[in-house]
Design a protein around this ligand. Structure first.
Ligand SMILES: Cc1cc2nc3c(=O)[nH]c(=O)nc-3n(C[C@H](O)[C@H](O)[C@H](O)COP(=O)(O)O)c2cc1C
Length: 228
């Protein structure tokens, strides 16, 4: 199955087997993962469960800790790059779950991804709980289906796509004060994850760039524009 096909059957995996994984599968894939921009730097480290402070009610045998600088666009890029990896792992029988709650002693990653072999990482399309297409764009557009199905922190789906000539301008929803406290640091990662789905589904044509003369929208933060 292709990475694109994984978008329509994936789910966050919270039940793992203890099987060992050869981490070269990750290191090899990461050589070909596409960043939003080559200048955006990131790195990752892999930890085993006993090195992780687990706060979720479930745990996994392995955790990826993801690192980048503090810029919002760097976090968007981390979501973009590592959602490609998540889809790839799933196509090899390895489930994963973005993990904002757990932490690694002595390290300051922007986020973790829990992963491990699993038999419970797929589902029917009918069981996705997502905003309708007309809520994530200025008008309903089937081409946005891959973004619609993307995972996000507490399933907030904080992305908005505005049609602009031949491209989409991509915005992050500005959260109210209450939600902002909880999810602010994760929202740029969420937007990057949605962009990863748009890339995987349009690999040949996908381009990302940042306009200097973008339209300001009330209640939204401009992230960049995509051509698909
Ligand atoms: C940035 C981010 C952080 C997340 N953190 C957690 C977490 O700490 N615990 C958890 O169980 N799920 C976590 N999730 C998974 C979301 O709850 C899940 O993606 C969302 O509810 C949609 O469900 P689905 O991924 O199965 O489609 C996180 C997802 C994202 C994108």
């Amino acid at each position: 199955m292709s990475l694109e096909e994984q978008i329509y059957i994936r789910k966050s995996c919270r039940k793992y087997l203890d099987d060992e994984i050869d981490m070269n599968i990750i290191h090899d894939f990461m050589k070909s993962a596409k960043p939003l921009d080559d200048d955006l730097k990131y790195h990752y480290e892999i930890f085993e469960k006993d090195e992780v402070k687990v706060r979720n009610r479930w745990s996994a045998p392995y955790y990826l800790a993801l690192f980048c600088d503090k810029k919002e666009i760097s976090k968007v890029n981390v979501g973009f790059v590592f959602q490609q990896l998540s889809l790839f792992l799933q196509s090899h029988g390895i489930g994963s779950c973005w993990d904002g709650l757990d932490s690694v002693k002595g390290k300051k990653p922007v986020i973790l991804i829990a992963f491990g072999k699993s038999n419970e990482m797929t589902r029917e399309i009918s069981s996705f709980k997502r905003k309708s297409l007309d809520k994530i764009s200025d008008f309903e557009d089937e081409r946005l289906r891959p973004a619609q199905l993307a995972p996000s922190a507490i399933n907030l789906q904080p992305w908005y796509f505005r049609h602009a000539d031949e491209v989409f301008d991509v915005y992050q929803v500005r959260q109210n004060v209450l939600k902002r406290k909880i999810v602010k640091k994760w929202n740029p990662i969420d937007v990057g994850i949605a962009l990863a789905h748009m890339y995987v589904a349009n690999e040949e044509k996908f381009e990302f760039y940042i306009k200097s003369d973008f339209d300001k929208l009330d209640g939204y933060i401009y992230i960049g524009s995509i051509k698909i």
